[in-house]
Design a protein around this ligand. Structure first.
Ligand SMILES: *Cc1c(COP(=O)(O)O)cnc(C)c1O
Length: 414
């Protein structure tokens, strides 16, 4: 049989990958923190990694493992670890793999809280260079003798810069550098992490994958493309038999077991249910985003629209070539003199809320909220204007979304 399509695989993944008992179509959700062993030797063997099993649910449980199996299959990787939030996945992974004196080349266009976390890394002695990841030349120019990794997002938020992942991945492979990609904006199958030679994919499950604004989660997926034997931060005790698992083992032990931001079994269940409709929601949101971007672009009160699906977007050609979806985040600048908050108050269907990747369309003023802490200079460096509005386009009927903007913009004209 030929390999089923991605939607088919997502809908049936829990049943087929996790083999729930009694005819159940979802993996069971356990409330047990502890796991009993009839023979103590078995407990010892699990502790020593000689046998697969669960001993304490901070480290692992059947429910979270079930979601990890689905995520690994979906990304085409070799192993995954889930965390309580996307930020926990990012921070725990980086803290478990790097040490003072290491150098990481980092995108200058980052999710606000990831950018803020980078300051913490700098305080700990990890060296960082922030570069424009839409240009491979800027990335290459930042390399030093102690460079270990490159960290980028597929499509950045709110300005929607698209990183040149194919060129960065190829260069990282040639230079034995870890390529870490935050794929939250372009969940599978939009971005082919393996073809782009990503080493580790990080994602906020809270966003498109769960999709309904009712659960937090994060994950890291090892794509199996990186040679961990050349990465000398792996502790001897995690240099297990299969070298492809060295990295994920250290992330599991240091990042999850020791740092402890574990995903709850109930959350894992909610995320796996949301995931069943991921491709449908993503396709609809993306289609809506392109239509809305086109509408807004033509309006007198709108100065500029930022959306990779528009032909005049600076990285439209990269997005077209490297992504199978332009995503559903778009931002725009109102013409000078219009207050973003006053405008947003006119919207009736679209919610004023921070969050993205939801079924509902959401909007917020960027400079005064999610990038307020960064200050005007840093915002300018990221391409964020002071009046920018960010939209996360939902799955509503597009005519209703456009009508809402039409009436809100017409209020301004009066
Ligand atoms: C939301 C988000 C995160 C953080 O995820 P949480 O689940 O909210 O912690 C990280 N990266 C990107 C690109 C995001 O949009």
């Amino acid at each position: 049989m030929t390999k089923p399509g991605v939607t088919t695989r997502q809908v049936h993944a829990d049943r087929l990958l996790n083999h729930p008992t009694d005819g159940a179509v979802h993996a069971s959700t356990t409330n047990s923190v502890l796991f009993e062993f009839e023979k103590t030797q078995e407990l010892v063997d699990v502790f020593q990694g000689k046998k697969v099993g669960h001993v304490y649910s901070r480290s692992s449980s059947g429910s979270v493992t079930a979601l990890q199996n689905i995520l690994t299959e979906m990304e085409g990787g070799i192993a995954s670890v889930c965390f309580a939030t996307g930020m926990a996945a990012i921070s725990s992974t980086i803290l478990s793999l790097f040490k003072a004196g290491d150098h990481i080349i980092v995108s200058q266009y980052l999710f606000g809280n990831t950018r803020s976390f980078m300051d913490t890394l700098a305080d700990l002695g990890i060296e960082l260079t922030f570069v424009d990841v839409t240009s491979i030349h800027d990335v290459i120019a930042a390399k030093r003798a102690n460079t270990r990794a490159v960290y980028a997002e597929t499509i950045a938020n709110p300005v929607t810069q698209v990183s040149d992942a194919r060129a960065i991945g190829k260069w990282c492979e040639e230079n034995s550098l870890l390529f870490m990609v935050d794929n939250t904006m372009t969940p599978p199958p939009s971005f082919d992490a393996k073809a782009m030679k990503a080493s580790l994919v990080m994602t906020s499950l809270t966003k498109y994958i769960a999709g309904h604004g009712n659960v937090l989660g994060g994950a890291i997926i090892d794509m199996g493309t990186f040679d961990w034997t050349g990465f000398d931060n792996i502790k001897p005790q995690y240099q297990v038999a299969d070298a492809s698992l060295w990295g994920i083992t250290q992330i599991k032990k240091k990042g999850l077991r020791d740092m402890g931001a574990t995903l709850s079994p109930q959350s894992a269940h909610l995320i796996s249910v949301g995931l069943e409709t991921l491709t449908l929601r993503m396709a609809r949101s993306t289609e809506n985003a392109l239509k809305l971007a086109t509408y807004l672009e033509g309006h007198d009160h709108i100065e500029r629209v930022y959306y990779p699906g528009l032909a005049n977007h600076p990285q439209h050609y990269i997005a077209r070539e490297q992504l199978s979806s332009y995503g559903a985040i778009l931002s725009f600048d109102l013409v000078p003199g219009i207050d973003p908050c006053e405008f947003l108050d006119q919207l009736k269907l679209v919610l004023s809320a921070t969050h993205l990747g939801d079924t509902r369309s959401l909007a917020l003023p960027v400079a005064s909220t999610i990038f307020f802490e960064n200050g005007q200079r840093e915002r300018a460096r990221m391409g964020i204007t002071e009046t920018m509005i960010r939209l996360s386009v939902g799955i509503e009927d597009i005519d209703d979304i456009v009508a809402d903007f039409e009436q809100a913009l017409s209020c301004l004209a009066q």
